[in-house]
Design a protein around this ligand. Sequence first.
Ligand SMILES: NC(=O)c1ccc[n+]([C@@H]2O[C@H](COP(=O)([O-])OP(=O)(O)OC[C@H]3O[C@@H](n4cnc5c(N)ncnc54)[C@H](O)[C@@H]3O)[C@@H](O)[C@H]2O)c1
Length: 340
Amino acid sequence: MPNQNGVLILTWKEIDELLDMKEVILSVESAFKEKGAGKVQMPPKIYLNFERYIGDLRSMPAYLETADIAGVKIVNVHLKNKSIGLPSVMATIELIDPKNGKPLAILDGTKITSYRTGAASAVATKYLARKDSKVLGVIGAGTQSRTQVEAISKVTTLEKIYVYDIDRRASERLSEYIKEKGIASKVNIESKIQNVASEADILTTLTPSKAPILFLKWLKSGVHINAIGADAPGKQELDPEILKMGKIVVDDLEQTLHSGEINVPISKGMMNKEDIYAELGEIVVGKKIGRTSDSEITIFDSTGLAILDVAVGNLIYQKAIKYKVGTTLDLIDILIDIYS
Ligand SMILES: NC(=O)c1ccc[n+]([C@@H]2O[C@H](COP(=O)([O-])OP(=O)(O)OC[C@H]3O[C@@H](n4cnc5c(N)ncnc54)[C@H](O)[C@@H]3O)[C@@H](O)[C@H]2O)c1
């Protein structure tokens, strides 16, 4: 029998069964609220670069005071992984009890990463998109795209979704998924980004691009953009003209300056810190207002926050205890023997 000091191990499959997008959105919204109230600790993520493998490793620690939970996520981005049957992004999350530092759980973080990334877009869409938004445009139809469409559909009624990916098969897979799940009744696969951009009330960009692929002249007045793909130095999806015209809301100022959508224009001196309107948490907590007119362009610049991983990891950990899911391992038995 595992002792009460055991560490709960939760696999991808077990977590998949416990994840519920509506619950994840609430958990992510409340993490943004805690951040807006200044009740989190979250140093910017740190990177190791494996240039010869076109990949990296990121370490992301966080503490949420109100929820009283801490943890760290380790995550990679390896863009060639699909050719060897692995996802580009894989992660593990370790949850720690802040009272004594004891490891509580080790969770696969791969699915949690895409759920919390989708949920962050949903929260940004809720606070920033026009209330009458009906058409979603998705640019990049890889792993993240499924949880993006699912999450955004929970905060807005989507009549139609336009999809573009350089790989048409990826667009087709996303289109089938949207129809299967009943996320929107109409899906159009497009062969040009401008066809998606010119129809969308809400746009979500999800590519690993290192040069602008979305341009101001294609956009509808009052569009909201979730800029998700640029999450490391040198990555960029939006033409800086869009950023100059739009209201920029970031997930975390320090992290975004270094690795968000704005990192390239900032490093080239085309923009500065003052061009950023707010952190999303400041809007969620009511310190700043979100959209102020139907015509303004709003941009959510997302780099992915450790507080979201820890908050959603804790949500799943609590559910796993309740439903007796997972395997408890006596990882720290020896220490307990010494000190008991
Ligand atoms: N902000 C965050 O919190 C966060 C979280 C996870 C992933 N990401 C980033 O989001 C991006 C997508 O992640 P993923 O897991 O879905 O990757 P993925 O490899 O599964 O999918 C990427 C998709 O983009 C397509 N693509 C590449 N270049 C394109 C272009 N120029 N135009 C249109 N489509 C293009 C590819 O064909 C592929 O289908 C990556 O850059 C990743 O680092 C950000």
